[in-house]
Design a protein around this ligand. Structure first.
Ligand SMILES: Cc1cc2nc3c(=O)[nH]c(=O)nc-3n(C[C@H](O)[C@H](O)[C@H](O)COP(=O)(O)OP(=O)(O)OC[C@H]3O[C@@H](n4cnc5c(N)ncnc54)[C@H](O)[C@@H]3O)c2cc1C
Length: 331
């Protein structure tokens, strides 16, 4: 008897077991609550499973995407043709003032664990959603600080899971919302961060302050889905036309330019510019990725026309981009 040829799904299931999901809606895994289905989806809770998933995808020739907390992502309405691997390896071990962290750990949860051990440093980032891996990938930060400055080294693997190695922080070339991983992709498995001895009450005070600032200024992503700031702030040498020249000052916020061109409250379908922050797009109902892209194109065009500068997206796009027609391409 001729045995039927195993399907791709059967091959993957043999490698990954019952944790493998098919046609999994990615809107369930992003803070924007937008995104069509992934052909295959697998949450890896231990590093061996993470590497096994990458190897299986590589052997079967399937495109793979590494997902953290999904808080900096806009996923196509058509979803993703391939395997989405969610890094859910979240073990944290402390060694004096250093912490060895599974990159699937939730960033805020890590900050609370540090507070409980009276370890100070990361509390500036309280309220940045997502995983530690996602934070390292984009060197997440705020108020002039970023996670890269606390990094000693990270353990990474090649995308096909064939080579696991540990690299010092310098290798990652951390910069403003940027790391080498954006140009030279690897999967972050774990990292070693350097903290300093602190005081629990003082750390908690900073956490409370940061969370309160966000509560007042930012959407609460669990009720007003969003991916945070949509565009990066301007390069450090960029000056607002007409403004007093002030070299060496911090970046001009993209939100300032977007405000000048009246973007607050702009809406395309259910994609809307947040009323309290012109650089944040919220999903005000059942927004599609197309609507968000159309809205973002209008925002960019307004800034380009008034200031002659091209805003650069901070939010990443996953999947196939639709062709934008009509007003979005022109305004
Ligand atoms: C309300 C709100 C406020 C925000 N405020 C800030 C802020 O103040 N500062 C800031 O910097 N960001 C902010 N963000 C954006 C976002 O939270 C951060 O960029 C966050 O660090 C992304 O982490 P994540 O795990 O959700 O990544 P994801 O969105 O899952 O992924 C983002 C990218 O990282 C890659 N990635 C994730 N994990 C790994 C891994 N283990 N190995 C390799 N690549 C990986 C993904 O492939 C993808 O390319 C905000 C977002 C929201 C919704």
């Amino acid at each position: 008897m001729i045995r039927p040829v195993a399907t791709l799904e059967e091959h993957l299931r043999r490698a990954l077991g019952d944790g493998l999901l098919t046609q999994e809606p990615l809107r369930h895994h992003t803070t924007f609550r937008i995104g069509g289905p992934a052909d295959y989806y697998f949450a890896a809770h231990v590093p061996d499973h993470l590497v096994a998933a990458l190897r299986a995808a590589s052997e079967l020739g399937i495109p793979v995407f590494l997902l953290g907390g999904g808080s900096n992502l806009l996923v196509s309405d058509e979803g993703f043709r391939g395997l989405v691997v969610r890094n859910a390896c979240d073990e944290v071990e402390f060694d004096g003032t250093a912490a060895h962290i599974g990159c699937g750990a939730d960033f805020l949860d890590l900050i609370y664990q540090c507070r409980d051990r009276e370890l100070s440093g990361l509390e500036f980032a309280a309220g940045i959603p997502g995983s530690v891996g996602g934070a390292l990938y984009g060197n997440a930060g705020c108020y002039g600080e970023d996670i890269g400055s606390y990094t000693i080294e990270c353990t990474i693997t090649s995308l096909d899971g064939s080579k696991v190695e540990t690299k010092p922080a310098s290798w990652f070339q951390f910069a403003y919302r940027d790391s080498r991983l954006k140009r030279d992709p690897r999967v972050l498995i774990s990292c070693l961060l350097q903290l300093r001895k602190g005081n629990r009450a003082e750390i908690q005070k900073v956490i409370d302050e940061k969370l309160e600032i966000r509560r007042v200024k930012h959407p609460q992503w669990r009720v007003e889905p969003t991916a945070g700031s949509y565009f990066k702030n301007l390069p450090p040498d960029w000056q607002m036309p007409g403004a007093k020249h002030s070299p060496g000052t911090r970046r001009v916020p993209a939100g300032q330019l977007l405000d000048e061109v009246g973007c607050r409250g702009l809406r395309v379908g259910d994609a809307m510019v947040f009323a309290k922050h012109a650089n944040i797009i919220v999903n005000a109902g059942h927004a599609s990725a197309r609507e968000v892209l159309e809205l973002a194109a209008i925002m960019k065009a307004r800034v380009r026309e008034r200031f002659g500068v091209e805003l650069e997206e901070e939010v990443m796009f996953l999947g196939e981009k639709p062709r934008l027609g009509g007003l979005a391409g022109r305004r």
